[in-house]
Design a protein around this ligand. Structure first.
Ligand code: PEP
Ligand code: MG
Length: 877
C-alpha cells in the first residue's frame, strides 16, 4: 500500500475524489496543485495509516517511515531548502484532515523544524530575528500543548509575565531579544512539564507531531463533534505535512479566509476576512478582529486580482461554492486550503438554484446539494418587525435567524442550565468560542461573541448547525467572574434575556417577539424541482385550521394525522369531557357527549375547509381518560363544584382510572370498544362536518383512523360500527360524501398480522412513536434517564424516537407494508394506501427509509413539510 501522497509545483499524486483516503484537505491540496493553483509543496499521510495505527494499538506501520523520508526529500528539492537546516531551514506545518471537515476539532502544529541552531539561521537569512524567535516560541507552545499535553496556560502565563516585566501591552511590542528570552522560558516550562528538553532533532519533532495528529482523532473534542454531527464510518484522519509560508513577515504579508460566495445569503460575491502581518490561525481563532476581504483590494491590489482569478477558477473546477484559506508571504500568494464551504440553509438554496441558472449543475444535482435539515434555516423565526425592542448594539451577522434566550457565560453553564431547565432557551455569550465549547453551543438557542469575524469558530459551527449567531460585538463587555455583561451602558446578569438577529447582527435586550417565515423565491424554485422528482406524497400532522393552513403554504398535500384529543381541552370542552368520564351510565355519558359533539364538528369543518378537498386523516380519541381529570386535591374540588357532584366521587373515579402504565393502558381503540358512544360521537361529528362542507359546495375527503389496534377483531368491530353510522348519515343527507376507514400500525402485533388487518382497513398509517416504544420496550416519555448514556456508549447509533431504527423497527414496517399490501390485494383486489405519521415522518433518514419500503406518503409537523419534500426527492434520485 502507498501510504504517502506528494503534491506541489503543479503536480500531485492524489486527486479531489480521494477524500476518503487523503482527507478533504489533502485531496483538495492535491487537486489545486494539479490545476496550477499556487500551493506550498508537501505531502499527505493517508487515513489508512490512522486506521492501522489504532488497529495496532497506536503503532505506525513500518513502511510509513521510508515513504515520509522520501516525500520530505521531494519537498526539500522543490523549496530548495533542507528541513531544520542550520543556515536556511525548511519549516513545515503538520495538520489533520479527515474526509469530512471537522472545524478546529483536531491538532495543528506550525513552524516544525525550528531548533536552537536553525532559529539562528532563519534570523540571519530573513534578517528578521524578531520573526524567527516569535516563530520558535509559537512552535514550543503549539508542540508542547498539542503533542505533549503541556498546559497552554503555562506558556500564556510566561508571556503575560514577560510583558509585565517589559511594561508593554501587545505581543507585538516585544523585541527580538525579549522573544529570545521568552523562548528560554518556554523551553523551561516544556522541560519541567514533560521531564525532557524540547527536541532539537527536527525529525524527532516531525514524528511526534504526526503521532499527535493521529492521537487527536480519538481526543474528546473530536469524539464529541462526531457524536453531535452523527459522523460515523470514517477511517480516521489524514496528516498533511506542508512547507511553511509566512503571513507574519511584515506588512507585505498576511493571511485570510474567504468564501467564493456569501455563506449567509448565498449572494454571488467574494466574502471573507484577512489580517495583515499575521499567521494562519489568527484569523480563525477570533483573537484579532480581521478586515473584510474587499479592503484587500486597496491594500494589495495585485494579490486581490490574483485571488479573484483563483475564486473563478475554483468554482468553475469544483462547480460548487468553496471555502478557501490563503497566505501572502512578502507579496506572493499561496493557497493553503479549499473545500466545499459550509453555509446556511438560505445560502445553500440560493447557491444551488443559481448554479443551475449559471449552467454549472442540473436540477437533480441542485436537489442533492441542499441538506434537508438545513431548510430549517429558511423556516427559522424572524424578528417581528412590529416589535418595539430597539437594537442596543451591533456585531457581525454570522448565522441567520432570530433567537432569544437567557444569558449563560460558559459552555458548561449552558449544559448545566439545560439539564435543570430543559425548556428554557439559552443564549451563550462569550468573548470567543473554541472547540471545547461545542456541547454548550449545541444546546444554546443563539450564540453571541464579543470578538471574532465571519470565519471565527463560533460563526462556522453555528452556521453548520443553523443556529442564530452574532460575532465580533465589540461594544459588549463580559465579566465572567461577576456573571454580568455590559452593553450600551446597561449591565445584564446571567439569566436575563437577550435577543440576537443573526441575519443583521443586531443585539437587543430582553425577549423579542418573532414571526414565521414563508416559502418564496429560490426556495420555492428548489421545492418545485423537488416536487417533480419525488414519489412520496407529503402530508402534515395538524389539528387546528391555522396549522392546516400553514402546512398547506409549506406544500402539505393532506393531513396525515389529526389528533382529536387536543380538541377536548378547551375551557368549556373539558367540563363536558369530565362530565362524560364521571357519568354513572350510558345515558349520562351520551348527554355529556352531546355537548361535545358541536365543538368537534365545528373543528372538523374548519380543518376540512382549510384543506380544501385534500385528504384529512382524523384519528379517534387516543389518550388514557385519567389525563382529563385533575390529580390534585384542589383541582378535584373545582371539578366537583363545576359539575355539582361530591368530591369523593371525583376522587373515586380518579382512583379507578389510575394505571400503573398508562401508555399501555386504557387508550386508543380500547376506549370506544368499552364505551362505543365515544366513537359514535366522533364519527358523527366527522361525517356531519363533511356533509355540511359538501353541501356548501366544497369538496372534502375524510379518512377515519382507528388507533392502537393489535388484533383484527378490534378493528373489525369499530370499523363496522363506524361505517354503519356514517352511511346512515350520508344517506339521510342527500349529498354524496366519500370517506375511508383505516387504521394505525403502532403495536408490533398489528404489523405481524398486517395481511389480516388490511382486509379490514382501507389504509395503514404507521405510528412509529408507539411502534418504537413497544418494539424497544422504551417508554417514550421516560427515555431521558438513559438515552444519553446509550448514545454515548454507542449502544444505539441514534435516538430511535428521532430517526427510525431501520434494523429492528424497520423490519416490522417493511413486513407490515408488504403483508398489508398483499392482504388487501388478495381480498379486495385493490392497492392499500400506506403512510407514516410518527415524528419520524419529518426526519430525512426516516423519509428515505419510507421511500425505500414503498410507502405512499409521509406526514410530519407543518414546519418540517419542506424538509420532508426535499428528503423525499433526494431519496428518489
Ligand atoms: C405514533 O404513535 O406514532 C403516533 C403518531 O401517535 P401518538 O404519537 O399520538 O401516540
Ligand atoms: Mg400512537
Amino acid at each position: 500500500t502507498k501510504y504517502v501522497y506528494s503534491f506541489g509545483s503543479g503536480k500531485a499524486d492524489g486527486r479531489a475524489d480521494m477524500k476518503e483516503l487523503l482527507g478533504g484537505k489533502g485531496a483538495n491540496l492535491a487537486e489545486m496543485s494539479s490545476i496550477g493553483i499556487p500551493v506550498p509543496p508537501g505531502f499527505t499521510i493517508t487515513t489508512e495509516v490512522c486506521h492501522d495505527y489504532y488497529e495496532a494499538g497506536r503503532k505506525l506501520p513500518e513502511s510509513v517511515k521510508p515513504e515520509v523520508e522520501a516525500a520530505l526529500k521531494k519537498v526539500e528539492e522543490q523549496v530548495g531548502k533542507k528541513f531544520g537546516d542550520s543556515s536556511d531551514p525548511l519549516l513545515v506545518s503538520v495538520r489533520s484532515g479527515a474526509a469530512l471537515s471537522m472545524p478546529g476539532m483536531m491538532n495543528t502544529i506550525l513552524n516544525l523544524g525550528l531548533t536552537d541552531a536553525s532559529v539562528e539561521g532563519l534570523a540571519k537569512k530573513t534578517d528578521n530575528p524578531r520573526f524567527a524567535y516569535d516563530g520558535y516560541r509559537r512552535l514550543i507552545d503549539m508542540f508542547g500543548s498539542t503533542a505533549m499535553g503541556v498546559e497552554h496556560e503555562l506558556f500564556e502565563h510566561e508571556l503575560s509575565k514577560l510583558k509585565d516585566e517589559k511594561k508593554v501591552k501587545l505581543d507585538t511590542d516585544l523585541s527580538a531579544a525579549d522573544l529570545k528570552e521568552l523562548v528560554k522560558r518556554y523551553k523551561a516550562v516544556y522541560e519541567k512539564a514533560t521531564g525532557e528538553p524540547f527536541p532539537q532533532d527536527p525529525k524527532d519533532q516531525l514524528w511526534k507531531a504526526i503521532m499527535a495528529v493521529f492521537n487527536s482523532w480519538m481526543g474528546n473534542k473530536a469524539v464529541e463533534y462526531r457524536r453531535i454531527e452523527r459522523i460515523t464510518g470514517l477511517k480516521g484522519t489524514a496528516v498533511n505535512v506542508q512547507s511553511m509560508v509566512f503571513g507574519n513577515t511584515g506588512t507585505n504579508s498576511g493571511t485570510g479566509v474567504a468564501f467564493t460566495r456569501d455563506p449567509n445569503t448565498g449572494e454571488n460575491t467574494f466574502y471573507g476576512d484577512y489580517l495583515i502581518n499575521a499567521q494562519g490561525e489568527d484569523v480563525v481563532a477570533g483573537i484579532r478582529t480581521p478586515e473584510p476581504i474587499t479592503r484587500l483590494h486597496e491594500e494589495m491590489p495585485k494579490v486581490y486580482e490574483q485571488l479573484m482569478d483563483i475564486r473563478q477558477k475554483l468554482e468553475k473546477h469544483y462547480k460548487e461554492m468553496q471555502d478557501i484559506e490563503f497566505t501572502v508571504e512578502d507579496g506572493t500568494l499561496f493557497m493553503l486550503q479549499t473545500r466545499t464551504g459550509k453555509r446556511t440553509g438560505t445560502s445553500a438554496v440560493r447557491i444551488a438554484v443559481e448554479l443551475v441558472k449559471e449552467g454549472f449543475i442540473d436540477e437533480k444535482a441542485a436537489i442533492s446539494r441542499v441538506n434537508p435539515e438545513s431548510l430549517n434555516h429558511l423556516l427559522l423565526p424572524q424578528l417581528d418587525p412590529k416589535s418595539k425592542n430597539k437594537p442596543v448594539a451591533q456585531g457581525i451577522a454570522a448565522s441567520p435567524g432570530a433567537a432569544s434566550g437567557k444569558i449563560v457565560l460558559t459552555a458548561e453553564a449552558a449544559v448545566a442550565h439545560a439539564e435543570k431547565h430543559p425548556d428554557e432557551p439559552i443564549m451563550l455569550v462569550r468573548k470567543e468560542t473554541s472547540p471545547e465549547d461545542v456541547a454548550g453551543m449545541h444546546l444554546a438557542k443563539g450564540i453571541l461573541t464579543s470578538t471574532g469575524g465571519k470565519a471565527s469558530h463560533a460563526a462556522v459551527v453555528a452556521r453548520g448547525w443553523g443556529k442564530p449567531c452574532v460575532v465580533g460585538c465589540e461594544a459588549m463587555k463580559i465579566d465572567e467572574k461577576a456573571g454580568t455583561i455590559t452593553i450600551a451602558g446597561k449591565t445584564l446578569k446571567v439569566g436575563d434575556y437577550l435577543t440576537i438577529n443573526g441575519s443583521t447582527g443586531d443585539v437587543m435586550i430582553g425577549q423579542v417577539e418573532t414571526i414565521d417565515p414563508s416559502v418564496s423565491g429560490d426556495f420555492a424554485t428548489l421545492m418545485g424541482w423537488a416536487d417533480k422528482a419525488r414519489k412520496l406524497k407529503v402530508r402534515t400532522n395538524a389539528d387546528t385550521p391555522a396549522d392546516a393552513a400553514k402546512a398547506r403554504e409549506f406544500g402539505a398535500e393532506g393531513i396525515g394525522l389529526c389528533r382529536t384529543e387536543h380538541m377536548f381541552f378547551g375551557d368549556e370542552r373539558i367540563v363536558a369531557m369530565r362530565k362524560m368520564i364521571l357519568a354513572d351510565d350510558v345515558e349520562g355519558r351520551k348527554a355529556a357527549l352531546a355537548q361535545l359533539e358541536p365543538f368537534q364538528k365545528k373543528d372538523f369543518v374548519g380543518i376540512f375547509e382549510a384543506m380544501d378537498g385534500l385528504p384529512v386523516t382524523i384519528r379517534l380519541l387516543d389518550p388514557p381518560l385519567h389525563e382529563f381529570l385533575p390529580h390534585d386535591e384542589k383541582g378535584q374540588e373545582t371539578v366537583a363544584k363545576e359539575l355539582g357532584i361530591p368530591v369523593q366521587k371525583v376522587k373515586d373515579r380518579v382512583e379507578q382510572l389510575h394505571e400503573f402504565n398508562p401508555m399501555l393502558g386504557f387508550r386508543g381503540c380500547r376506549l370506544p370498544i368499552v364505551y362505543p358512544e365515544i366513537g359514535d360521537m366522533q364519527v358523527r361529528a366527522i361525517i356531519s362536518a363533511a356533509i355540511d362542507v359538501k353541501k356548501a359546495g366544497k369538496s372534502v375527503l375524510p379518512e377515519i383512523m382507528i388507533p392502537l389496534i393489535g388484533t383484527v377483531a378490534e378493528l373489525k368491530i369499530l370499523k363496522e360500527r363506524a361505517i354503519k353510522l356514517a352511511d346512515e348519515l350520508i344517506a339521510a343527507s342527500g349529498v354524496k360524501v366519500e370517506y375511508l376507514v383505516g387504521t394505525m400500525i403502532e403495536i408490533p402485533r398489528a404489523a405481524l398480522v398486517a395481511d389480516k388487518v388490511a382486509e379490514e382497513a382501507q389504509f395503514f398509517s404507521f405510528g412509529t412513536n408507539d411502534l418504537t416504544q413497544m418494539t424497544f420496550g422504551f417508554s417514550r416519555d421516560d427515555i431521558k434517564s438513559f438515552m444519553g448514556t446509550y448514545l454515548k456508549e454507542k449502544i444505539l447509533p441514534v435516538d430511535p424516537f428521532q430517526s427510525i431504527d431501520v434494523e429492528g423497527v424497520g423490519q416490522l414496517i417493511e413486513m407490515g407494508v408488504k403483508k398489508g399490501r398483499e392482504g388487501r390485494k388478495a381480498k379486495h383486489g385493490e392497492h392499500l394506501k400506506v403512510g407514516i405519521c410518527g415524528e419520524h415522518g419529518g426526519d430525512p433518514d426516516s423519509v428515505a427509509f419510507c421511500h425505500k419500503v414503498g410507502m405512499d406518503y409521509v406526514s410530519c409537523s407543518p414546519f418540517r413539510v419542506p424538509i420532508a419534500r426535499l428528503a423525499a426527492a433526494q431519496a428518489s434520485l
